[in-house]
Write a protein that binds this ligand. Sequence first.
Ligand code: MG
Length: 159
Amino acid sequence: MLRIGIGYDIHRLEAGRRCVIGGVDIPSSAGLSGHSDADVLLHAICDALLGAAGLGDLGQHFPDDDPRWKNISSLILLREVAMRLAERNMSVVNIDAVIIAEAPRMAPHIERMRANIAAASGIRTDQVGLKATTNERIGAIGRGEGIAAQAVCLIDARE
Ligand code: MG
């Protein structure tokens, strides 16, 4: 059975924080705030995968009041999510995602992000679609107050 999933996440930009997106540490004067490394893209992807599997959401699996997940790399969370699917005989067919950010520029980092996502999910790079767009300076994201990401995925659930 094929199953689809959707995920969305947004994090505030804060001066002096690391800016980690798709597992890539992007040089930037401001980074994303949050309990883990606040990797907004990987969080959206984790939620898409968990949604497709009928396994709830990231917050249920990794509560943000649990000190074990403080400042943890979200690549570890994604690997853990992929393992929970594999345990249930579910394999990822593809992931497609978009980062919505006014700055910093994502283009130079997209291929490394794809490789990180593929490796953590246990799939090939050509099974990962990734792009970035600005918000045309509209609204909170357009003013650079935060960065958002959306993801969809298809998984194959064998009986
Ligand atoms: Mg998040």
